[in-house]
Design a protein around this ligand. Structure first.
Ligand code: SF4
Length: 347
């Protein structure tokens, strides 16, 4: 069952829509796995992490900070942090209170500041200030779970591990490359089926493909280079070409298209609670973008998805459900505006 918005009328109204359950993909054969990954490799042979780091320690910290936020948000915060605390000893000396101001723009920053300070202290105390290359030692550090350990082991130490994040888990099941009910089953399936020599790069190929093409809400199968190898049974057709928009009147370029037909029924968010660089997530918890600034009753947001055809968009404040834990959470009105791009690109 899905909740949808009334397409017309002045009130926001929930409607019940019977959604066809997603059909499971058949597991790929090993030949199809190889073809699928080769297709992804053809567009990006040497993929790299979107996170900026220079050493195993800064990689570890960046991955810990990236939990439930975007790599772009982490990359904005870490240069200044790593300039003053490039190694475990300096980070431990900085402490949680010293780390906090550098990462306030990142979701859950208080807990992350405590974890980073403590993991730095433990690296000094237990490992002589060196990031260990053993899973058990890594997972004993605060804020480091199996996924983070897998990233560090793979990227920093070249070990045959596969970190399963939300994108990799979705692709594992949707495409049939490694179906599984939980992340561990998907991880084990990927490690078993992907040749060891390309396991590291496959991690990046899958994440990037999930982030930019095989998206959570609607996979863009019509432009997917790996479509012929993918077992997803309900591939998305190319969208109908929309007629060109009417030219904007002089002086009106870049204005927000009105979403006022529903505005009266939505409580307005307090603009003072919304800060620059905050992450914006949809009502489904998925990343939408980051706050550029609040302009009157509108938020200018930066989309980090380069495939969207533009960077800056406006949303009216009545698209905001709440602000919590450093994130702006959008409501269902925003989901409609997003689907239709009921906002105009700026500039
Ligand atoms: S975008 Fe479509 S065709 Fe490509 S991997 Fe995802 S589900 Fe398969």
């Amino acid at each position: 069952m899905l909740l949808s918005l009334s397409p017309s009328g002045s009130k926001l109204r929930a409607m019940t829509v019977l959604a066809r359950p997603a059909r499971p993909a058949k597991p790929m054969t090993r030949e199809r796995v190889r073809g699928f990954l080769a297709a992804l490799a053809s567009t990006n042979p040497e993929p790299e992490s979107d996170l900026d780091f220079g050493t195993p320690f800064t990689l570890l910290v960046a991955v810990v900070l990236s939990a439930q936020t975007t790599d772009a948000a982490v990359n904005k915060a870490t240069p200044a942090l790593f300039a003053v605390a490039p190694d475990p000893a300096a980070m431990a000396a900085l402490g949680a209170e010293g780390i906090g101001p550098y990462i306030r723009s990142i979701g859950l920053w208080q807990g992350k500041a405590r974890n980073v300070a403590e993991l730095a202290r433990l690296l000094v105390e237990r490992h002589g200030g060196v990031v260990p290359s053993e899973r058990e030692a890594l997972e004993a550090l605060p804020g480091v779970g199996r996924k983070t350990a897998n990233v560090v082991l793979n990227v920093a130490f070249g070990q045959a591990t596969m970190a399963v994040d939300t994108h990799v888990f979705r692709l594992g099941n949707r495409t049939g490359i490694a179906p599984g009910k939980d992340v561990r089953v998907v991880e084990d399936g990927l490690v078993r089926r992907i040749p060891r020599e390309i396991l590291g790069r496959s991690h990046h190929w899958l994440i990037l493909h999930g982030r930019y093409v095989c998206k959570a809400r609607a996979p863009e199968c019509w432009r997917c280079v790996a479509a012929e190898w993918c077992n997803f049974p309900d591939k998305t057709p190319a969208p109908a070409v929309k007629p060109p928009r009417k030219a904007a009147e002089p002086g009106r370029a870049g204005r927000v298209r009105a979403v006022s037909q529903t505005r009266s029924s939505i409580p307005m968010a307090d603009p003072s609670a919304i800060a620059e660089h905050m992450e914006i997530v949809g009502s489904d918890g998925l990343h939408v973008g980051t706050v550029d600034h609040v302009d009157g009753q509108r938020i200018k947001l930066t989309k980090t998805d380069p495939e969207a055809g533009g960077e800056h968009h406006f949303l009216h404040l009545d698209c905001v459900e709440k602000v919590e834990e450093g994130k702006v959470v959008l409501n269902r009105l925003a989901a409609q505006a997003q689907d239709e791009w009921g906002v105009e690109q700026v500039g």
